[in-house]
Design a protein around this ligand. Structure first.
Ligand code: HEM
Length: 335
């Protein structure tokens, strides 16, 4: 099973597009989903840098509407988290398109072609254009992404393995769109901002454990398995901004082999650890959206186990495919 290309160098530009599929449009939508690898290739082949990347995610309700056979073990709708002071809302989302490249023109081209192909089979719930801000800083001014796992550790963190063999090579992703109150954030001293994050601002050095505030972002997002292993996810957050209306924020995206890891981090942030000790960055950041998606393998996209097709019976990997998977085409071009 060939995974989609999830782990990438931090993006230079990205578009995060969450789509919904109206009732009665699912057949039309799944035809386009099966065609996405081909649409991807038509743009990627023309891009000199070969940096274009597309990851497709599928929401829980949509999955149940169109697919048959075994179900991904951890696929469920994003659950709202309501603490005393902060809420992480759950918002609609049947499909996620996470498009990354070093050039915005190719992102536009791919997104536009995909949307034209979908036609009225989808509605846009949210589309956010992210940009790299200097040395991978968020709009709070801190370098974001340093503690992401790399290489094999990253693959281990995001790819489903033996725990759910039918879906080995798949992944899960949670997205949230945060708006920042930057006036209030900037009104704090740099020291107070560093306490909120748990790292220094200029040099990006992590505070020693005994110096991290209990409500710091890093402290609350450092979680461990019962055997003591640190549990990691792979993030590729991006700042976004519009000047009219004046919105500035962070688009959070977290891939994991088990979305329960990301959900535990979110519980720490929004409910608190211990309950009540919530993430200080939430006093300046409001979550506006929240969705969870299954990230299937390329084989799944090529040969979707559609209801009535018999492909869900477990033989999906053995059926002949006519399309070369999107990222396999990328690898082939490089060789
Ligand atoms: C670390 C920013 C939301 C999980 C960090 C760091 C920054 C940051 C600056 C420190 C550097 C690093 O990346 O290692 C933000 C901003 C967010 C946001 C601006 C949205 C407003 C989230 C959410 C989660 C999360 C929603 C999880 C559900 C993590 C994790 C780390 C981290 C796991 C690394 C902790 C460690 O091992 O040191 N984030 N983050 N972040 N964040 Fe976030």
């Amino acid at each position: 099973m060939v995974p989609q290309t999830i782990v990438e160098a931090p993006a230079v530009a990205a578009t995060f597009m969450v789509l919904t599929v109206p009732e009665g449009k699912q057949t039309q939508a799944t035809e386009v989903i099966g065609n996405l690898p081909s649409i991807f290739r038509s743009v990627e082949f023309r891009e000199p840098e070969k940096s274009l990347n597309l990851v497709v995610g599928i929401g829980s309700d949509f999955y149940d509407r169109v697919y048959e056979g075994p179900r991904p073990a951890h696929l469920h709708p994003f659950e709202e988290l309501k603490g005393d002071r902060h809420t992480a809302p759950s918002t609609p989302g049947d499909l996620l398109l996470h498009i990354r490249a070093v050039r915005r023109d190719v992102i536009f081209e791919l997104a536009d072609l995909i949307l034209r192909e979908f036609g009225d089979a989808v509605e846009i719930a949210d589309s956010t254009d992210g940009f790299r801000y200097f040395d991978d800083r968020d709009l709070l001014g801190f370098v974001d992404g340093s503690e992401n796992p790399r290489g094999q550790f990253a693959d281990d963190a995001v790819l489903v393995g033996d725990a759910d063999p039918h879906f080995a090579g798949s992944s899960y992703v949670i997205v949230q769109k945060y708006l920042h109150d930057l006036d209030a954030w900037r009104a704090q001293s740099v020291e107070a901002q560093e306490d909120a994050i748990g790292r220094t601002k200029l040099e990006n050095i992590e505070f020693p454990d005994d110096k991290k505030a209990a409500d710091s972002h890093v402290k609350l997002n450092t979680i461990h398995a019962p055997d003591g292993r640190q549990l990691k996810i792979v993030r590729d957050n991006m700042p976004f901004s519009e000047f009219s209306p004046n919105v500035k924020g962070t688009y959070f995206i977290g891939y994991a082999a088990d979305p329960g890891v990301t959900e535990q981090m979110l519980r720490h942030m929004f409910i608190g650890n211990p309950p009540g000790t919530t993430d200080r960055i939430l006093d300046f950041s409001t979550a506006k959206t929240g969705c969870l998606f299954f990230v299937p393998t390329q084989d799944f996209l090529d040969n979707q186990p559609l209801k009535g097709s018999g492909a869900g019976s477990g033989d999906s990997g053995t059926k002949a495919t006519t399309e070369k998977p999107a990222q396999a085409a990328k690898a082939g071009d490089a060789s």
